[in-house]
Design a protein around this ligand. Structure first.
Ligand code: HEM
Length: 141
């Protein structure tokens, strides 16, 4: 996920939430193959959510699905640019863990290629995800 600048601790450029390998979780600290990985949440009632993914960087279900389509094809839509104009992809993960990033479809394409998911596919997936709402009341935003 793109780094979420609205999380106060992220003001420290040396701080990274690496999920399974810490720093909050401590038992898998040495398992560097897990650094940057987060547990997949249930998609039950996902359409009632207003923040998505582990760091809340995404605020609509359509964008959550669109991220899968565009992370590798249109990274400029998601990540900040360096002063030289280069997109700083995976800006919330130390470079040494880059090999841990999931590349299987719908990820894994090249910049400029057509996304595997069209906008119509994104809309279809959102429609499907909405069928996973079961009326459970979510009180807190
Ligand atoms: C088009 C296919 C996919 C759709 C529609 C989809 C949908 C979603 C959505 C909506 C979320 C956010 C849930 C939330 O924050 O409540 C999510 C999170 C997640 N998904 Fe997917 N997903 C897809 C493919 C995949 C694939 C291929 C993987 C594994 C490589 C994956 C692994 C995950 C993980 C680990 C999270 C949690 C990530 C985090 O919290 O940062 N998903 N997915």
């Amino acid at each position: 996920m793109p780094r979420n600048a609205r999380i106060p601790v992220n003001r420290d450029p040396a701080y990274f939430d690496l999920g399974l390998c810490g720093p909050l979780r401590e038992d898998l600290r040495e398992k560097t193959q897990y650094c940057g990985m987060f547990r997949t949440p249930t998609l039950r009632n996902v359409a009632q959510r207003t923040v998505f993914f582990h760091n809340g960087a995404v605020h609509s279900l359509a964008d959550a699905v669109r991220f899968y389509a565009e992370r590798d094809t249109r990274p400029g839509n998601w990540y900040p640019k360096d002063s030289d104009g280069k997109v700083r992809k995976f800006d919330d993960l130390p470079v040494r863990f880059a090999d841990n990033v999931d590349m299987q479809g719908p990820f894994g394409q090249r910049v400029g290629e057509a996304p595997v998911l069209s906008e119509a596919d994104v809309a279809d997936l959102v429609a499907f995800l909405k069928t996973l709402s079961d009326g459970y009341p979510i009180d807190a935003p």
